[in-house]
Ligand binder design. Structure first.
Ligand code: URA
Ligand code: URA
Length: 230
């Protein structure tokens, strides 16, 4: 036998063993690929793959006018099986250039805020309401938010976080549906949104502009920590 034939014969023996074991373990039922995934793969792998598939769909999105102005779609980053999700507003200049969430100055501050409540960015999943940068970082428009939100809602469906922290008024209003509430009306409350408990705090970019917001933000994130540690 040539070495190739030998290898193939070994491979066939291994496959036969594999299927025999499968039958002993699970009977004669035919398993779909999805079922087998659920048996062999961790939720992190399954969700990671689903997010990769979604990213491939979204990376060339043309649903709204921001498509022609962006450099990159900024999809989201972190642990696909996270129980905590953070949702910001929209990518800024640096995020648009790099195609990554919260990598600019606001992102650095966000990393520090998370560290203060013993969270690392790899523990959680971070994304934005909008996946593309609005020109000059203007506020996202209503139509942009509703056109883009299908991507966010699918991310939430895949990750199924138990806790969501919304960063800033825009994300807070959109996710709670309270489009007329201001920050003081949105903070210090626990909402139920898409199966998760959601709280709202200031956006880190707002803290960079106004340092007086640091203390209330610190109080908010401590309350959020209490909620998810319960
Ligand atoms: N601000 C946001 O809301 N999201 C980012 O990704 C960066 C800045
Ligand atoms: N520590 C602070 O002082 N402020 C924050 O926003 C977070 C941590």
């Amino acid at each position: 036998m040539s070495s190739l034939q030998h290898k193939i014969s070994e491979l066939l023996d291994d496959l036969e063993d594999y299927f025999r074991n499968q039958r002993e373990l699970y009977g004669n039922d035919l398993y779909t690929e999805k079922d087998l995934d659920a048996i062999w793969k961790s939720p992190q792998e399954i969700k990671g793959r689903a997010l990769d598939d979604l990213y491939r769909e979204v990376h060339d999105c043309q649903r709204c006018g921001l498509a022609s102005k962006r450099k990159n779609v900024v999809f989201g980053d972190g642990n696909p099986d996270a129980c905590i999700m953070l949702i910001g507003e929209a990518p800024g200049r640096e995020e648009d250039i790099q195609g990554k969430v919260f990598v600019g100055d606001a992102g650095k501050l966000l990393t520090n805020i998370l560290a203060a409540i013993q969270l690392e960015r790899e523990d959680i999943y971070i994304t934005n309401i909008l996946k593309c940068r609005p020109p000059q970082n203007r506020d996202p428009q209503q139509d942009e938010q509703s056109l883009c939100s299908c991507h966010l809602f699918r991310q939430i469906e895949i990750i199924r976080p138990r806790f969501i922290l919304a960063l800033g008024r825009i994300a807070g209003q959109f996710l709670t549906g309270e489009s007329d509430s201001n920050m003081n009306e949105l903070r210090n409350r626990v909402f139920t949104v898409r199966g998760a408990q959601l709280m709202v705090t200031y956006h880190p970019a707002a803290l960079l502009r106004n340092t007086e917001l640091k203390r209330p933000t610190w109080e908010d994130v401590q309350k959020f920590q209490k909620l998810y540690e319960q």
